[in-house]
Design a protein around this ligand. Sequence first.
Ligand SMILES: Nc1ncnc2c1ncn2[C@@H]1O[C@H](COP(=O)(O)OP(=O)(O)O)[C@@H](O)[C@H]1O
Ligand SMILES: [Mg+2]
Length: 277
Amino acid sequence: MSVRFENVTYEYPGEEKSVVAVKNVSLEIADGSFVCVCGENGSGKSTLAKLMNGLLTPSSGIVTVDGETTSTESESALFAIRSKVGMVFQNPDNQMIASIIEDEIAFGPENLGVPREEIGERIAYALSAVGMEEHRHHTPYKLSGGQKQRIAIAAVLAMRPKILVLDESTAMLDPKGRAEVLAVAEELNAQGITVVLITHFMEEAVRADRVVVMSEGAVVMDGTPEEIFRDREKINRYHLELPVPDYLAAELRKEGFPIPEKIFGEEELAEAICRSL
Ligand SMILES: Nc1ncnc2c1ncn2[C@@H]1O[C@H](COP(=O)(O)OP(=O)(O)O)[C@@H](O)[C@H]1O
Ligand SMILES: [Mg+2]
């Protein structure tokens, strides 16, 4: 199960002039991987995400999910693709429809024609996967932003997707909410779900297997977080910021401190500095 882009271009038609949002992108998202897509506003990240599950289809080139093209006339094929590639967006409030959380989670499987008994199991699975079991019978309105996003993830999980695409799903959250959502994403990836995390916070890329940087619709960098973080000149060129601990680590290495290549956050950096003193 993978998503493949082959020479994909997407152009939004406009009355005066059209916008080419994705330019000749070739990319394969490997099964089970954790891929982070970074890039400044308007670089084409959301368009790329929508191309992954057939919400948009390429103007030219081809996107395949599990070997099936998204450019299909078949409603059922498209439906299958959309349930394999689950999407969670930025604003949790725009994603809630039901007034009780379990109904919110049931919505997707009901549409897939999942039998009643199984829907109950799927609700239980999805809520436990995001650590929200105790909220099953509550209303979503009083939840924090992080909790709402976890419910939005659960609603997608109830459709048993192979791939979870989070399009800036942490952007509107406070640090606690961001950490909650990232922890859920990491845990799901550990359980075998492929995760595509779209973000403009580069520190969220630290734990990814792979970082893809977009600029003006094109993929301009593609590598492991260490490879990407090493090229500071390029990162700056694409208006991204190195996470603070990685920036400090790079400066210290330059000064001759033996700081390991992989640094996960402030605490690890502090430990590495202490060890080197
Ligand atoms: N519905 C749309 N109609 C026309 N242009 C759009 C539309 N959505 C996005 N764009 C344009 O496409 C480009 C890429 O946008 P988008 O994929 O949303 O980037 P990002 O998610 O990285 O901010 C931008 O120039 C944006 O203005
Ligand atoms: Mg976007």
